[in-house]
Design a protein around this ligand. Structure first.
Ligand SMILES: [Zn+2]
Ligand SMILES: [Zn+2]
Length: 141
Protein backbone atom coordinates (compact mmCIF):
# COMPACT_ATOMS: atom_id res chain seq x y z
CA UNK A 1 0.00 0.00 0.00
CA UNK A 2 1.46 3.32 -0.99
CA UNK A 3 0.99 6.31 1.26
CA UNK A 4 0.34 9.78 -0.11
CA UNK A 5 3.43 11.96 0.25
CA UNK A 6 3.57 15.70 -0.28
CA UNK A 7 6.99 17.22 -0.92
CA UNK A 8 7.84 20.89 -0.64
CA UNK A 9 10.65 23.43 -0.68
CA UNK A 10 11.40 27.09 -0.09
CA UNK A 11 12.13 29.48 -2.96
CA UNK A 12 15.92 28.99 -2.90
CA UNK A 13 15.71 25.25 -2.33
CA UNK A 14 17.83 25.24 0.84
CA UNK A 15 14.91 23.87 2.88
CA UNK A 16 13.17 20.77 1.59
CA UNK A 17 10.59 18.72 3.45
CA UNK A 18 7.94 16.06 3.07
CA UNK A 19 4.59 15.44 4.71
CA UNK A 20 3.16 11.94 4.77
CA UNK A 21 -0.53 11.23 4.38
CA UNK A 22 -3.38 13.56 3.55
CA UNK A 23 -3.55 16.84 5.49
CA UNK A 24 -6.18 17.04 8.24
CA UNK A 25 -7.36 20.44 7.13
CA UNK A 26 -6.64 23.10 4.54
CA UNK A 27 -7.71 26.70 5.00
CA UNK A 28 -7.10 30.18 3.65
CA UNK A 29 -6.02 32.57 6.41
CA UNK A 30 -6.58 36.29 5.93
CA UNK A 31 -5.12 37.38 9.30
CA UNK A 32 -2.77 40.35 9.41
CA UNK A 33 0.14 38.27 10.67
CA UNK A 34 -0.08 35.95 7.66
CA UNK A 35 -0.28 38.99 5.40
CA UNK A 36 2.80 40.55 6.97
CA UNK A 37 4.83 37.40 6.97
CA UNK A 38 4.07 36.39 3.39
CA UNK A 39 3.62 39.78 1.78
CA UNK A 40 0.45 38.38 0.21
CA UNK A 41 -3.25 38.95 0.84
CA UNK A 42 -3.68 35.57 2.49
CA UNK A 43 -1.84 32.33 3.20
CA UNK A 44 -3.24 28.89 2.46
CA UNK A 45 -2.26 26.47 5.22
CA UNK A 46 -2.37 22.68 5.15
CA UNK A 47 -2.43 21.05 8.58
CA UNK A 48 -0.69 17.75 9.30
CA UNK A 49 0.04 15.83 12.47
CA UNK A 50 3.50 17.06 13.49
CA UNK A 51 4.89 13.55 13.27
CA UNK A 52 3.95 13.43 9.56
CA UNK A 53 6.33 16.26 8.65
CA UNK A 54 10.01 15.66 8.09
CA UNK A 55 12.58 18.30 7.10
CA UNK A 56 14.86 16.65 4.54
CA UNK A 57 17.34 19.49 3.97
CA UNK A 58 18.20 22.82 5.55
CA UNK A 59 17.18 24.28 8.88
CA UNK A 60 14.14 26.57 9.03
CA UNK A 61 14.41 29.58 11.33
CA UNK A 62 11.64 30.39 13.82
CA UNK A 63 9.94 33.63 14.72
CA UNK A 64 7.59 33.75 17.72
CA UNK A 65 4.74 35.81 16.27
CA UNK A 66 2.44 35.44 19.30
CA UNK A 67 3.15 33.92 22.72
CA UNK A 68 3.66 30.23 22.07
CA UNK A 69 3.23 30.49 18.29
CA UNK A 70 6.22 29.82 16.05
CA UNK A 71 6.35 30.77 12.39
CA UNK A 72 9.14 29.06 10.46
CA UNK A 73 10.84 30.48 7.40
CA UNK A 74 13.91 29.86 5.28
CA UNK A 75 16.83 31.84 6.79
CA UNK A 76 18.31 32.30 3.31
CA UNK A 77 15.38 33.30 1.07
CA UNK A 78 12.69 34.12 3.64
CA UNK A 79 9.98 31.82 2.30
CA UNK A 80 7.08 31.26 4.67
CA UNK A 81 7.14 27.57 5.60
CA UNK A 82 5.41 26.40 8.79
CA UNK A 83 3.16 27.56 11.62
CA UNK A 84 2.86 25.74 14.91
CA UNK A 85 1.63 26.33 18.43
CA UNK A 86 3.84 25.35 21.34
CA UNK A 87 1.39 26.09 24.12
CA UNK A 88 -2.29 25.37 23.88
CA UNK A 89 -4.98 24.16 26.20
CA UNK A 90 -6.23 21.78 23.54
CA UNK A 91 -3.54 19.12 23.50
CA UNK A 92 -4.18 18.28 19.87
CA UNK A 93 -2.98 21.65 18.63
CA UNK A 94 0.48 20.92 20.00
CA UNK A 95 0.63 17.85 17.84
CA UNK A 96 -0.13 19.67 14.61
CA UNK A 97 1.83 21.79 12.18
CA UNK A 98 0.61 23.99 9.36
CA UNK A 99 2.51 24.03 6.08
CA UNK A 100 2.28 27.02 3.73
CA UNK A 101 0.57 25.47 0.70
CA UNK A 102 2.50 27.57 -1.79
CA UNK A 103 5.69 25.70 -0.86
CA UNK A 104 4.24 22.32 -1.82
CA UNK A 105 5.24 20.77 -5.13
CA UNK A 106 1.72 19.53 -5.77
CA UNK A 107 -0.51 22.04 -4.00
CA UNK A 108 -3.24 21.36 -6.57
CA UNK A 109 -3.89 18.09 -4.74
CA UNK A 110 -5.19 20.02 -1.72
CA UNK A 111 -8.86 20.69 -1.05
CA UNK A 112 -9.30 23.92 0.94
CA UNK A 113 -12.17 23.79 3.43
CA UNK A 114 -12.76 27.40 4.40
CA UNK A 115 -11.54 30.95 4.91
CA UNK A 116 -10.57 32.20 8.37
CA UNK A 117 -9.93 35.66 9.81
CA UNK A 118 -11.93 37.31 7.05
CA UNK A 119 -12.31 40.25 9.43
CA UNK A 120 -8.99 41.41 7.97
CA UNK A 121 -9.61 40.30 4.39
CA UNK A 122 -8.43 42.85 1.83
CA UNK A 123 -11.27 44.47 -0.07
CA UNK A 124 -9.67 43.52 -3.38
CA UNK A 125 -9.35 39.86 -2.37
CA UNK A 126 -12.82 38.55 -3.22
CA UNK A 127 -14.29 35.38 -1.74
CA UNK A 128 -15.88 33.66 -4.71
CA UNK A 129 -15.23 29.96 -4.15
CA UNK A 130 -18.38 29.34 -2.09
CA UNK A 131 -16.41 28.04 0.91
CA UNK A 132 -17.45 28.92 4.48
CA UNK A 133 -15.83 32.11 5.74
CA UNK A 134 -15.24 32.76 9.43
CA UNK A 135 -14.78 36.16 11.03
CA UNK A 136 -11.92 34.80 13.10
CA UNK A 137 -11.10 31.20 13.85
CA UNK A 138 -13.73 28.61 12.97
CA UNK A 139 -13.97 27.54 16.61
CA UNK A 140 -14.70 31.06 17.79
CA UNK A 141 -17.72 32.66 16.17
ZN1 LIG B 1 15.20 29.25 0.94
ZN1 LIG C 1 -3.15 33.79 9.54
Amino acid sequence: MSEVVFTGACLCGAVRFEARGAPRLVNHCHCLQCQRQSGAAMVTWATWPRAALRVLAGAPADFESSPGVKRSFCPRCGSTLFWRRERERAARAEEEIDVAAGTLDEADRLTPADHIYVKSRRRWMPLCDGLPAYFEHRLKQ
